[in-house]
Design a protein around this ligand. Sequence first.
Ligand code: CMC
Length: 377
Amino acid sequence: MPHDFMPGLAGVPAATSSISDVDGQRGILEYRGIRIEELCAHSSYLESAYLLLFGHLPTPAQLNQWTGDVTHHRRIKFRIIDLLKCLPEQGHPMDALQAAVAALGMFYPGRNVKDVENNYWSAVRLVAKLPTIVAAWSRLRHGDDPIPPRDDLGFSENFFYMLTEAGPLPLWAKIFDVCLILHAEHTMNASTFTGLVTASTLADPYTVVASSLGALKGPLHGGANEEVLVMLKQIGTPAQARSHVAQALSHKKKLMGFGHRVYKVKDPRATILEDLSQRLFKECGNSPLYETALEVERAAGELLKGKAIYPNVDFYSGIIYDKMGIDVDLFTPLFAMARVSGWLAHWLEQLRENKLFRPDQIYAGEHNRPYVPLSQR
Ligand code: CMC
């Protein structure tokens, strides 16, 4: 069979999927056929997660049940908290999250992935518990006790409560929830593909999500939102943005939060986030960081003209989280808290017609080399 090697598997389909679709030329992203603009305007993260996982918008009774199930399963075992306490506090929160999720699977032994009911409860637990783990880690490393979830609070409000002991402003809760919707799913990206490869071995969903978390962490994927903030803080002021961008590009450095394998126009998620950040900064006071970001976008637009490189989802999300007082190294875990619903939707889809991933390679090495004894090398 002839094979053309495609570096990064660019353009090579890895699955047939009906979960989400990207039109990279027109800048359209749909979850189960519904445009993200519609979902951000009318839906919530939990409702969108249901849509991704089960293929349709829930009825009021289904939404009630799903919300109740997720709310009920937010707590984490004290042993998971003890595990977090044992990790070095200067370690990266993504590493702590990955370790905790892998350990989570040991507490829920129903590992038969052919059991539909078991799979439902695994999905509920993972969607419910990731925010609790992220918040617990954040508090522990600052020397504070973790705060248990509150059942009377919605998904996003509860996360802020567990993180800070205070509720967010209503506008913050809404914006944060929209951020979660926008990060929930994005076709066959690196972390989803990683999860699918693990899923195809019929590993349990905790292992699937732990694998995806590993792939999400890298700076070319989910780690970019953290890098954007580092870059903006390095630039410092709007006045320095243009020279920084020009210098970075002249050294062939990539601008973090720019570019995308699929989008050849501005990422529609970046457009929504830009509008939200505008609202946030208007109502809660401007910051030099936001002004700097606007200037970076402007300069990059001019200097990269004709290269089809525009801001992606990671460019504005970090600026929003920073304004909300969230630590920079929690940005990628926030991405993960949202993306877990997409990973699990792909996991469930993969199980329906599973085939073990076992790609080929093009061998470029030598053959028939003699073994040279150690004494003669
Ligand atoms: N800044 C400057 N130039 C860029 C950038 C950028 N951010 N992205 C791509 N380019 C240039 C690149 O230098 C190359 O130019 P040339 O053809 O002259 O050598 C050309 O565009 C193609 O780049 P590539 O890296 O081969 O393209 P890709 O499809 O592999 O890149 C990407 C996709 C996301 C890895 C890349 O755009 C990038 O590294 N961006 C910065 C990191 C980032 O923001 N990642 C988040 C992606 S979106 C959310 C997510 O998936 O998590």
